[in-house]
Design a protein around this ligand. Structure first.
Ligand code: PEP
Ligand code: MN
Length: 376
């Protein structure tokens, strides 16, 4: 059971004390307070854990400061919408809002290589007005002989350059708990010129210790990438691990699943799950067309397969795109063949703009149709 307090009720104020005093008569029930900081408001929720069937919802609902009481299923207790009973909430990081209505494009190389390349990318993002980037310092590679990323050595100059070009949030993969501390101290030493969203990659999608590590800190939001062989239910349970440790600032990323049925693409595009994740959870949803498609093949209509895949996710309401770009893909130390070039940036931004606009029109049309159904 979840008790949702009215917006901006003080977590240590008299309304919450009253509710907790009332619940004290049920000693077998444990309570946990959770402050959900949305983009525009803070909502306190009280979670009741234990046998709650005999706790009367109406009595609590009539108490001052209480907005609603929701009986939840045990599935996705913290991230779930529980059959539409809970709204999305979203969060903000370094001035950028993330929720199920937002739309951001995270652009950059698979792996950080040289300051010149990174600067070229940031400069181009600033030119087109994008403040969000992707950038791998720690790289999980299939072969131990492949480039493993520059690690913490590149963080000072990456963060400094990000600040110079107004980049507000960088999505950066972490492979183990130590990496979180390294990112935090490098950011601190650089004077916090940018923000970071910690990325849990597909290879760590069920690394429960890493999930607990990113979940038990509040400094950074988490971009969780669906495991390449995980069902949606398994992947959402992994997000629940993160939330259950205390961090609910999570974005769920679809990046394709591994099966020969996806050939000739690297993975099978799974972006039809965008609306499903938005319905089942309160999380914003990201798509990664680069790792889904994995090639720079162009369709007969002149549009790259990566653009087509991105459009599929955007037209279905994706809130974020994670996509690889490199100024000189032939020199990239990781995933060069699937990287878009800076020359393709303007085309990509314009193409995505068309699809996002189409999605907004579809959403407005659906709202008008639903209104007509309710007011015949
Ligand atoms: C990445 O985004 O750099 C990456 C390695 O992706 P994935 O974990 O989805 O393979
Ligand atoms: Mn990559």
């Amino acid at each position: 059971m979840i008790i949702i307090m009215k917006p901006d009720i003080d977590p240590s104020g008299p309304e919450i004390t009253k509710v907790l005093e009332y619940l004290a008569q049920f000693p077998e029930i444990k309570t946990r307070l959770s402050g959900v900081r949305g983009a525009s408001r803070v909502v306190t929720e009280i979670y009741l854990i234990g046998p709650t069937h005999h706790v009367p919802t109406e009595t609590i609902e009539h108490m001052p400061g209480v907005e609603r009481v929701v009986r939840v299923s045990s599935k996705y207790r913290l991230i779930g919408r529980h059959g539409g009973q809970l709204d999305q909430i979203g969060f903000e990081h370094n001035g950028v809002a993330f929720d199920q209505d937002c739309f951001h494009t995270f652009i950059g190389p698979c792996a950080v290589d040289t300051p010149e390349h990174v600067e070229t990318i940031f400069k181009n993002l600033q030119r087109v007005g994008i403040v969000t980037a992707r950038m791998g310092a720690y790289k999980p590679r299939t072969s131990p002989y492949d480039f493993q990323g520059h690690g913490k050595a590149c963080l000072p100059w990456v963060f400094e350059l990000a600040g110079k070009y107004g980049i507000k949030v960088i999505a950066m993969e972490v492979l183990k708990e130590d990496h979180i501390g390294e990112i935090s101290s490098a950011l601190h030493d650089a004077g916090k010129p940018t923000g970071v969203m910690l990325q849990v990659g597909t290879r760590n999608a069920q690394n429960f210790e890493l999930l607990k590590a990113v979940g038990s800190q509040q400094e950074f939001p988490v971009l969780y990438k669906r495991g390449m062989g995980l069902s949606l239910e398994e992947a959402l349970n992994a997000c629940e691990y993160i939330a259950s440790e205390g961090n609910r600032n999570i974005v769920f990323c679809l990046r394709g699943v591994k099966t020969r049925l996806g050939d000739p693409h690297r993975n099978l595009v799974d972006f039809s799950h965008v609306p499903v994740v938005k319905r089942l959870t309160r999380l914003p949803v990201c798509i990664d067309p680069t790792h889904s498609v994995g090639t720079k093949d162009r369709a007969t209509d002149g549009i790259l397969d990566i653009f087509h895949a991105a459009a599929q996710g955007v037209i279905a309401g994706a809130n974020m795109i994670l996509i690889e770009f490199h100024p000189r893909p032939e020199l990239a130390l990781c995933d060069g063949p699937q990287a878009l070039t800076m020359k393709e940036l303007d085309h990509f931004v314009a193409d995505v703009g068309i699809t996002r606009k189409a999605y907004e029109e579809r959403k407005a049309l659906a709202a008008r149709e639903i209104f007509k159904e309710w007011h015949p």
